[in-house]
Design a protein around this ligand. Structure first.
Ligand code: FES
Length: 281
């Protein structure tokens, strides 16, 4: 056997202690329910978001994504220019960041390895024997999962713009770019504005509860109390750890709200639903 062959063999998936064979297990509980529900929710949300953010424009022509102060979160910050090709959706210029961030997320990896690849489908559940030929995350394409920490840094860029989008959504500053530009803003509280706000709060919670961020802040220290800076980092690490305990919750809720925010924004822009707004001043 060549050295390369020996290395690849060593990288292959270990046999583990679960029963061998797809779906074989001694578990008596309904362990398959969670992966099935998660697969449904994830596929619906991810499929819709990909269609709306990336495919809609090229398939059906130019689209209005900013209306009455509301910019769909899939397109923020909005990047367009006069000679922009019609096959290119402005959403694609942004969405590669949150897609890369979520696809490499430690929690989502666990989830979609289970419900898409049965790798394994659940704890103590057997998986297809073909998996033993894979080198896990030691080879392409899954070695790219190691980019997660860099996707985390990038993810804060669109997140900052989503916070700025709250200002025109509540009419705190005028929307000067949308189809119905408002030049004399008066504060409003609206259903869509509140949904945008809830969405950005949940996205912030999702980003701040990231395992990589927690390690970035509190990792590689062998003494938390030695210096003032380290004590600050320890305090921050404790706060992030509190958020991190519910990382799965942040992940699912923010995925659902970002989907709902885009659906509602599109329906409102099309005149299908109203905004239920209260105006002040
Ligand atoms: Fe999930 Fe970083 S681990 S976002």
């Amino acid at each position: 056997m060549t050295v390369q062959g020996a290395v690849l063999r060593a990288l292959r998936k270990p046999r583990g202690t679960a029963a061998q064979g797809f779906g074989k297990t001694n578990r008596k509980d309904n362990w398959a329910i969670y992966p099935v529900i998660q697969a449904l929710v994830f596929t619906i949300c991810a499929g819709y978001l990909t269609f709306s953010g990336i495919l809609w424009g090229p398939l059906f022509g130019p689209q209005v994504v900013q209306h009455d102060g509301y910019l769909s979160p899939l397109f923020s910050p909005l990047i367009v220019w006069p000679t922009m090709p019609t096959w290119l959706s402005p959403g694609l210029l942004i969405l590669w960041i949150p897609i890369g961030f979520r696809a490499t997320c430690y929690y989502y990896r666990k989830a979609y390895y289970r419900f898409y690849f049965a790798d394994p489908a659940g704890c103590a559940v057997g998986e297809p024997t073909i998996h033993r030929r894979f080198a896990l995350e030691n080879a392409l394409p899954f070695i790219l999962q190691n980019l997660h920490r860099y996707m985390l840094y990038l993810a804060f860029i669109p997140l900052a713009f989503l916070w700025l989008d709250i200002l025109p959504a509540f009419n705190i500053v005028p929307d000067t770019a949308g189809t119905d530009a408002v030049t004399d803003p008066h504060f409003r509280i609206s259903a869509l504005g509140v949904l945008f706000l809830v969405n950005v709060i949940l996205l912030t919670g999702y980003s701040l509860s990231c395992h990589s961020l927690r390690h970035l802040v509190g990792g590689r220290l062998d003494c938390f109390s030695c210096t003032r800076a380290r004590r600050v980092r320890y305090t921050l690490w404790q706060r992030l750890t509190d958020l991190n305990r519910n990382h799965m919750w942040w992940a699912w809720c923010s995925l659902i709200t970002v989907t709902l925010a885009d659906v509602y924004a599109r329906l409102y822009q099309a005149g299908v639903v109203s905004d239920f707004a209260i105006h002040f001043g």
